[in-house]
Design a protein around this ligand. Sequence first.
Ligand code: FES
Length: 166
Amino acid sequence: MSEPEPLWREEFPVETAGESYVSRRQFAKFLVLGSAGMLAGNAWIAAKGATEKGRDLPTLAIARHDEIPVGGVKLFGYPTPDDPCLLVRLSEEEFVAFDQKCTHLSCAVYFDARTREIRCPCHEGRFSALDGRVLAGPPPRPLPRILLERRGPEIVAVGIDMQGGA
Ligand code: FES
């Protein structure tokens, strides 16, 4: 005579071998929910990017014209004090400014007056000091360029050209 079926087996009818079995319906549900989550995430990132681009950037006096010697550099923050940037005086009348964060992994870049390049010490990325384009190394994009205007004796930051970056 066989033993009666224990009560728990009736309440939990899943066999040990079937515990990890995923039905087609469960799998499809997982795919749909996962895709919906990714779609929502991408939509949020796109909306945030559009908002940032449309944002009014401040006009900020960052240096006096005679403050920096030719080949000299001044650090400043733009558009906020927490966004480090680099102002370089290339010649008597030519100033350029870039975001100081490397477009590879965000190390701080510096101006090399000897080669007249902007360099990243982390993985030897090199950028043109004229326009921020990548000359060598792993950076995937040019450095964002800070748009400058001369207003009397002041050098003024008026915007950012992302140069193809987000
Ligand atoms: S962080 Fe600048 S080259 Fe890697």
